[in-house]
Design a protein around this ligand. Structure first.
Ligand SMILES: C[S@@+](CC[C@H](N)C(=O)[O-])C[C@H]1O[C@@H](n2cnc3c(N)ncnc32)[C@H](O)[C@@H]1O
Length: 547
């Protein structure tokens, strides 16, 4: 027999036997905490991570896991290399990104303006923020004053298109290495150059940088900065929804797109660090992916968005599958098989694309000879989306009517129906007049059923520790807890059954907590919910609620 001596790990710093493994890369050992800290300072911080960047002709640079990554693990935390307003937006503060409201000033309603460059800002403090100083100086030195003034609420201003590209260009002097990193990102400028948007940018942005500000950049570099932002920037929102910006994270931008990604990201603190979290276990060698689009859109819409904005053709497993992994999210029923005079065949036959990777391919019935052009699918989707957007959002009636009205065309998991169902889950239990204590047993049951239905969808398209699943689990447990309370109080179930059901709710709440506890806005709310449910369980156990 081969009695091989087991290898004893040794400390990276002193080479003595060690038993503490680095939690980041899980590749190196230390004998003690002081040596781990020393090792980190001496260079491990540059090598320690769970991924490496690979290159392929199909994807360009992309991230690969260098070891198995656990569900819920934070893979990466990074500061933005550049952050600023979106291309066109309603007035937002150039420093903190907050959406601005006008105030009553001497000449009528207007925004507070920076005293030097006249851009709308929150107030004197934001006007002095470091992020605004360099652009403010160059604009005010050139006597440029922003012309935005309040006219009507929510008027989008195209003038914002100059700010974030200007911030990229300003790093050339302030942080040349950062400038190099930013300018080395994928731009797809060649594909965009002649699009209407870039023709407008040539007139606005290039003129602003070269002629108004007198900066020495050529047209190609300026448009490339704008194009790098379009290809790589993340949409950054504060957790309370009052602040919105776009930002580039040089390393996080290396994540490939997938229509069924294996990570989610959140933004932390006031400096908007991004944290990338594994939503499912990721095996060594797997590609680490994010989504650049909306997972709850159908394939036609997702692929068109990716083609137009990110300039690539997505060929992931979901895009290749005409049933979208069995969900039929982008499909409709066949109008012939399910039309008048049909024998109500079950399951109802669907229309599916004859080639999902070709936007122009015909859509055919799975059962009969019926087919339609893909443009009819686009038109139908747009028309119904407009219908959906017009519904009264404060109550449930319009949404329930929408689902009923189109039930012969749209199956229960069509993306338009899913939007209506998500709205209903929000309304039941949360909106004025619909609190969990107020709604009828029937509506409470409807909420529970909708949560179960969408959790099944989530398992196929956004599985694991996703925010979608986390928030659905929270909604479901709240509704189930109320159901239990009502059933017990009306004598429909015994105390033991009530306890079992509350334990079931607790399991759901615990999973939701595991998923959502990293989200800065959720921590306190989750603690309160666990406290409430625990007290309810105690009360049931001690017979207090029998009283
Ligand atoms: C944010 S960048 C990712 C980093 C980039 N690959 C690079 O080398 O700099 C986005 C670009 O990567 C490529 N890409 C990302 N995901 C892809 C995918 N699933 N299929 C094909 N190309 C992809 C596309 O060119 C896309 O515009």
């Amino acid at each position: 027999m081969d009695h091989k001596k087991p290898e004893i790990p040794t400390c990276e710093v002193c080479q003595q036997p060690a038993n503490q493994i680095c939690g980041g890369c899980k590749l190196v050992y230390y004998c003690s905490r002081p040596h781990q800290k020393l090792g980190w300072r001496e260079g491990h911080k540059f090598k320690c991570c769970a991924f490496k960047i690979h290159y392929s002709d199909t994807f360009g640079r992309h991230m690969i896991a260098t070891r198995d990554i656990k569900q819920g693990e934070m893979i990466l935390k990074e500061k933005p290399a550049v952050i600023g307003p979106r291309m066109t937006c309603t007035p937002h503060c150039l420093a903190c990104g907050k959406k601005l409201e006008p105030a009553k000033l001497e000449g009528g309603f207007d925004f507070y303006k920076c005293s030097l460059c006249n851009w709308p800002m929150c107030g004197p403090q934001c006007e002095k923020a470091d992020v605004h100083k360099p652009e403010c100086k160059i604009m005010s030195d050139r006597k440029y004053r922003c012309a935005i003034k309040y006219e009507q609420s929510d008027k989008a201003e195209a003038a914002y298109c100059v700010i974030t590209p200007l911030r990229v260009l300003l790093t050339k002097n302030s942080n040349p290495l950062q400038f190099e990193n930013l300018m080395s990102l994928e731009s797809h400028l060649e594909d965009k150059k002649d699009t209407p948007l870039y023709l407008v940018l040539r007139a606005n942005l290039v003129t602003f940088i070269v002629q108004v500000l007198g900066m020495e950049f050529d047209e190609e570099t300026i448009l490339k900065a704008a194009s790098i932002l379009d290809t790589n920037a993340f949409d950054v929102r504060s957790t309370d929804g009052t602040k919105r910006s776009r930002a580039i994270y040089v390393t996080a931008s290396m994540m490939n797109h997938s229509c069924k990604p294996n990570t989610r990201h959140i933004f932390l603190d006031d400096d908007y660090k991004i944290a990338v979290i594994a939503t499912v276990p990721i095996s060594k060698g797997d590609i680490i992916t994010a989504t650049y689009t909306q997972t709850l859109w159908g394939t036609l819409d997702r692929r068109r968005h990716l083609r137009n904005i990110k300039h690539f053709e997505c060929e992931c497993d979901r895009c290749k599958d005409p049933t979208e992994l069995g969900t039929y999210l982008g499909n409709i029923y066949c109008s012939i098989c399910n039309g008048p005079g049909s024998d109500n065949i079950t399951p109802k036959p669907m229309m599916v694309s004859s080639n999902p990777l070709d936007e122009n391919a015909l859509w055919r019935c799975e059962k009969c000879e019926h087919f339609i052009q893909s443009r009819q699918m686009f038109w139908g989707n747009n028309a119904l989306m407009q219908d959906l957007n017009k519904l009264n959002k404060t109550g449930h009636k319009d949404y329930e009517d929408f689902i009923r009205r189109y039930s012969n065309t749209l199956h229960p998991l069509n993306h338009l129906v899913v939007q209506a169902k998500l709205a209903l889950i929000q309304i039941y239990g949360n909106y004025k007049g619909y609190s969990l204590t107020e709604i009828s047993d029937a509506l409470l049951k409807r909420k529970v059923d909708l949560c179960h239905e969408l959790l099944e969808l989530a398992d196929k398209l956004e599985p694991g520790w996703t925010r979608f699943r986390g928030t659905l689990l929270l909604d479901l447990q709240a509704a189930m807890t109320m159901q239990t309370k009502r059933e017990y109080e009306s004598g429909k179930i015994t105390k033991a059954a009530a306890q079992d059901q509350l334990m079931e709710s607790m399991v759901l709440l615990q999973e939701a907590t595991n998923i959502l506890k990293v989200e800065p806005d959720m921590r306190t709310a989750l603690e309160v919910k666990i406290q409430e449910l625990s007290s309810q369980l105690d009360a049931e156990e001690n017979g207090i609620s029998d009283a």
